[in-house]
Design a protein around this ligand. Structure first.
Ligand code: AP5
Length: 230
């Protein structure tokens, strides 16, 4: 059902948390440009080393590098039935690239987009309370603590705070969001096939709203692209 899905919103709004639930619900992969960049950084590739300096300051990695990374990822066979883009596009240049790429490679299935909304103070608390396992499981000391402090519930690994989850870097990430990414949200709002969801509710309630919105948007998109009878 889903085809290409965008999850949009500010740092800490819950994109990663929800993308993982949507993966399980729809059986399609999450493509997080942040996770791909962090993996490149861990493997100390050229891209990872470049990204490291930018990410630790809350700045964006150049569009052409990120676009190329996404282009390669979208060619993987697990994307055939759809995918959830989390953290991409983040600039109008990335959105224009994605729109052009999909109109060439996947014209039958237009993008559908959901934007999550959460207030600044709640975002700050979520970001400063977040802990991540090496396998990418997301916890929060305030809202979703692990059973044993500092350890992953699933594999017992040591949880870590992301280097960019310090208050000063969060403020810079929010500035970048306002300068660059807010315009991307308006871009997809203007295209239609877009819904806004209140992300400041329990995780399962947010998930139900997103799933409902995605089903409605996909049905609408299919109806508007169907050939007119007669
Ligand atoms: P990225 O990793 O994409 O970070 P982000 O967009 O800032 O988003 P986050 O991962 O911080 O938050 P999230 O919305 O996924 O929230 P989460 O679910 O974890 O990017 C990092 C960096 O990489 C960028 O700054 C940039 O440098 C670079 N980059 C990435 N993509 C790029 C691109 N396209 N172009 C250029 N550069 C790029 O939740 C947060 C916390 O809240 C968790 O602890 C969670 O448990 C908790 N939580 C979630 N939902 C709820 C809820 N409903 N109730 C209570 N708590 C909740």
């Amino acid at each position: 059902m889903p085809g290409p899905v965008l999850l949009l919103g500010a740092p800490g709004v819950g994109k990663g948390t929800q993308a993982k639930l949507l993966m399980a619900e729809f059986g399609i992969p999450q493509i997080s440009t942040g996770d791909i960049l962090r993996d490149q950084r861990t493997r100390r590739t050229e891209l990872g080393l470049l990204a490291d300096g930018l990410m630790s300051k809350g700045q964006l990695v150049p569009d052409d590098l990120v676009n190329r990374m996404v282009e390669i990822r979208l060619k993987q066979p697990d994307c055939a039935n759809g995918y959830i883009l989390d953290g991409f596009p983040r600039t109008i240049a990335q959105a224009d690239w994605l729109d052009g790429h999909l109109s060439r490679t996947d014209p039958e299935r237009p993008l559908i987009a959901v934007s999550l909304i959460v207030d600044y103070e709640v975002l700050l608390r979520r970001i400063t309370g977040r802990l991540i396992s090496p396998a990418g499981r997301i916890y929060n000391v305030y809202t979703n603590p692990p059973q044993v402090p500092g350890r992953c519930d699933v594999d017992g690994s040591v949880l870590e705070q992301r280097a960019d989850d310090r208050v000063a870097v969060f403020e810079d990430r929010m500035k970048v969001f306002g300068q660059d990414t807010a315009a991307v949200i308006e871009h997809y709002r203007a295209q239609g096939r877009f819904a806004e969801v209140d992300g400041d509710r329990p995780v399962e309630m947010v998930m139900e709203s997103i799933v409902g919105a995605l089903r409605a948007l996909r049905t609408e998109a299919q109806a508007s692209s169907a050939p007119v009878a007669g």
